[in-house]
Design a protein around this ligand. Sequence first.
Ligand code: IPE
Ligand code: IPE
Ligand code: MG
Length: 236
Amino acid sequence: MQKKELNHLAIILDGNGRWAQERNMPRIKGHYEGGRRVKDIAIAASNLGIKRMTVYAFSTENWSRPDDEVNFIFKLPKIFLDKYLNDLMKHQIRVEYIGDISYIPEGAKKSINDSMIKTNENIGMTLCFALNYGSQDEIVKATKKIVQQVEDGSLNIEAINKEIFAANLMDNTPVDLLIRTSGEQRISNFLLWQIAYSEIYFTDVMWPDFDEKQLALAIEEYKRRDRRFGGLSNAK
Ligand code: IPE
Ligand code: IPE
Ligand code: MG
């Protein structure tokens, strides 16, 4: 693979609440608008030939928000899919999820499962929603799976390496470019293993304002980066 290829784009879509509050609207309006952006950016990314896009929709830490906000966020999968599934189908986008969906409300779970089944045969980009996702939780779960395999004798402890560890994660596609909107410069427990060598792009733009032009700026910046992977510069 060429070092500059952009296979996996991951996005910490942040700033929905502030975007709404700045406009004297309830925070949930920001989440609603943010959903539309996910659709726009997914289609733009798929048109650019990106193979996988993972969006951080709800973290394991987001349960600490007020109930009203959490309840609305879990209504969004149905709202999003009712509105946009046809668009995703048209663009051959497959929908996937990472995170612990066993604990989320039934309605959201049903929409999620339906969307995975309906888009399963699509051959274009995969749009992966991280929902009730936390990277530390993912790493602990992977560790438990590995220990289980050692205990039942199917895996030798000496055979454990980074490939085997990665294969036990919820998804192990290395992230090429990580974008975080809203001016915050932190990772907030997202894809810690997978971003080991990703380029990171921070922008002050709030997620509901992040449009195709903003995506193009991020990708231009990505293309200017010198990805050395511990080696020496490719620049002649
Ligand atoms: C990101 O927007 C979406 C979720 C975390 C669900 P926020 O809701 O974090 O928006 P801000 O950061 O409060 O503005
Ligand atoms: C990260 O955003 C989680 C998601 C985008 C789903 P937060 O807004 O929850 O992160 P912090 O609290 O600012 O770190
Ligand atoms: Mg936030």
